[in-house]
Design a protein around this ligand. Structure first.
Ligand SMILES: Cc1cc2nc3c(=O)[nH]c(=O)nc-3n(C[C@H](O)[C@H](O)[C@H](O)COP(=O)(O)OP(=O)(O)OC[C@H]3O[C@@H](n4cnc5c(N)ncnc54)[C@H](O)[C@@H]3O)c2cc1C
Length: 420
C-alpha cells in the first residue's frame, strides 16, 4: 500500500519507520527543508515515561492564576478573545479534577511506557543513528523544604503506575550527579526516576529519515500542504502550495503537530489542539566533570536540564498566547540563570543558542491516534509536552492500525472519538 505521512516531525518520522517496516511504500511530506525543524527541534530532550501525564491536574487552575502575578512565572497566558483558545481553555479546565486527571494520566502512561520499549528496541536493533541517547534516569530536584510537600502525591502516583523511584537527600543527589557539588542552588531533596533517559529528537529524526531514504522511503521537503482533498468518505489526495497536481496515496497519516487543526477542519474534523509555547537554550559542555550527566528537573522553576552528548540543554515555560515563535530575551536570560545556579562552571552558557517551540497540546493530555470517519485517513497528532517520549510508541500504534493489525496498546481515550 502507498502511505503518505504528512509531517516530518519526530512523530511523523517514527510513524514512517514503522510503516516502512510493515512493507508499505512510504512518502513523507513536510514544508520545512529537513526533518524535525519545528517543535521536535529544540525540546528538552527528556525521554521521561515516569513524568508523562496531563497538564490538566487538580490544583492547576489555582497555580496558573497565582503564577500570573509573578514576574518570572513559568506559565503565562493571554486572555485575547480567540474562540479556539477559549474553547481549549474551557475543556482544559473541565479536565482539572482528580477523576479526569487519573484517567488521562493512565492513558498517557500506557503510551509512554510502550514507547520507551519501542525506542529501546529500535536503538538496540543496530540502526546507524546517533542521537545522544542515554538512560541515566531523571533527578527531580526540590530546592526548598516547602517544595517537598508535593512528593508524597507524586510517589503515590508513581506507585500506582508501578514506576520505580528513590527519594534522596541533598548529599545523595550530589553523589549521584557529582557536578551538583558546585551548585549555588539549595537541594532540600530529590526524586530519582531510574527508568527515564534523554536524547536529541532532532538528531533522532534526521538520522532515522536518512536511514529510511536509503531504504527507499521518499522524503519530500519544501512541500507545504494547503489542503486534503476528499472524495466521498475517502481522501483523494493532498494539495501542495504551487503545484497543480495532487499527491495521492492509498492511506494518509496526519502528523502535522500544532498545525493539524487547520488542515483537518475543512474536512469536518475539529480537533482541540492548541499551541503551548516553550523555550530552550543549548550550550556547549566546556568541562564534562562539571556538567550534568543525566537529566535534571528543577521543580521550583519547572525547567528541565539534560545532557545531549557534548551539549547541555535547558528548557521550560508554558505560554498560551497563540502561534508566534518570537524568542523572548527575558525567558532566555531566565533559563541561563537557572543553568548557572545549578552548574556555575563547566557549561559555556554565554554562547548558548536560544529557541522557541509550540507544543501541540490537547486539553486533556493524551495524543490523538488512529482512525477517522474517512476510510483512509489516520491521526498521529496532539503529542503535547511529551511528544518525544511518545513518538516511537505512537508511530508503532498508528502503523499497526494502518496495516490492519490490532495495536498493542488499548486505544481507550486515545482516539478522536473522545471529543465527539
Ligand atoms: C520547550 C519544549 C520542551 C519540550 N520538552 C520535551 C521533553 O523533554 N520530552 C518530550 O517527550 N517532549 C518534549 N516536548 C514536546 C515535543 O517536542 C513535541 O511533543 C513533539 O516535538 C511533537 O512532535 P510532532 O512531530 O507532533 O510535531 P512537529 O515536530 O511540530 O512536527 C510537525 C511537522 O509538520 C510540518 N508541517 C506543519 N504544517 C505543515 C504543512 N501545512 N505542510 C507541510 N508540513 C507541515 C512541520 O514542518 C513539522 O515538521 C517539548 C516541547 C517544547 C516546546
Amino acid at each position: 500500500m502507498k502511505v503518505a505521512v504528512l509531517g516530518a516531525g519526530v512523530a511523523g518520522v517514527a510513524a514512517a519507520y514503522y510503516l516502512w517496516r510493515d512493507g508499505h511504500q512510504v512518502v513523507v511530506l513536510d514544508r520545512q527543508s529537513g526533518a524535525a525543524l519545528e517543535t521536535s527541534f529544540g525540546n528538552a530532550g527528556g525521554l521521561c515515561p515516569s513524568f508523562a501525564g496531563p497538564w490538566a491536574a487538580p490544583g492547576m487552575i489555582g497555580k496558573v492564576l497565582k503564577m500570573a502575578l509573578q514576574r518570572e512565572a513559568p506559565i503565562r497566558f493571554s486572555l485575547s478573545p480567540n474562540p479556539r483558545k477559549l474553547i481549549w481553555l474551557a475543556r482544559w479546565i473541565g479536565n482539572c479534577n482528580a477523576e479526569r486527571f487519573r484517567a488521562n494520566k493512565l492513558r498517557m502512561q500506557r503510551v509512554a511506557h510502550f514507547s520507551s520499549a519501542c525506542l529501546q528496541s529500535l536503538a538496540d536493533s543496530g540502526l546507524p543513528i546517533e542521537f545522544d541517547y542515554h538512560q541515566d534516569g531523571t533527578l527531580q530536584l526540590f530546592r526548598h523544604q516547602s517544595d517537598l510537600k508535593v512528593v508524597a502525591g507524586i510517589t503515590r502516583a508513581l506507585d500506582e503506575f508501578e514506576v520505580p523511584w528513590r527519594l534522596l537527600d541533598g548529599d545523595e543527589a550530589r553523589r549521584l550527579e557529582p557536578a551538583l557539588a558546585a551548585s549555588r542552588a539549595p537541594i532540600a531533596g530529590a526524586l530519582f526516576l531510574p527508568r527515564d533517559g534523554s536524547g536529541d529528537s532532532h538528531k533522532f529524526a534526521t538520522g532515522l529519515a536518512a536511514y529510511l531514504v536509503q531504504q527507499g522511503v521518499a522524503f519530500r521537503y519544501g512541500t507545504a500542504i494547503t489542503a486534503l482533498v476528499k472524495a466521498g468518505d475517502r481522501i483523494q489526495g493532498v494539495q501542495i502550495d504551487g503545484q497543480a497536481a495532487l499527491i495521492s496515496a492509498d492511506a494518509y497519516v496526519v502528523a502535522l503537530g500544532q498545525q493539524t487543526p487547520f488542515l483537518l477542519r475543512p474536512l469536518g474534523l475539529s480537533l482541540p489542539i492548541y499551541p503551548l509555547k516553550g523555550y530552550s537554550i543549548t550550550a556547549r559542555v566546556d568541562d564534562p566533570g562539571r556538567a550534568p550527566r543525566a537529566a535534571l528537573m528543577d521543580e521550583y522553576n519547572k525547567v528541565m536540564i539534560s545532557r545531549l552528548g557534548g551539549r547541555v540543554r535547558a528548557a521550560g515555560m508554558a505560554e498560551l498566547k497563540g502561534y508566534s515563535l518570537a524568542v523572548d530575551p527575558g525567558r532566555v536570560a531566565f533559563l541561563k540563570k537557572v543553568v548557572r545556579e545549578w552548574f556555575p562552571e563547566g557549561v559555556g552558557i554565554d554562547d548558548a543558542q536560544a529557541w522557541a517551540g509550540l507544543r501541540p497540546m490537547t486539553p486533556d493530555g493524551p495524543a490523538i491516534l488512529g482512525k477517522t470517519h474517512y476510510a483512509n485517513l489516520y491521526l498521529n497528532c496532539g503529542h503535547g509536552s511529551n511528544g518525544w517520549t511518545q513518538a516511537c510508541g505512537t508511530g508503532k500504534i498508528v502503523a499497526d492500525i494502518v496495516s490492519g493489525r490490532p495495536p498493542e496498546v488499548d486505544l481507550e481515550g486515545l482516539t478522536a472519538d473522545r471529543y465527539a
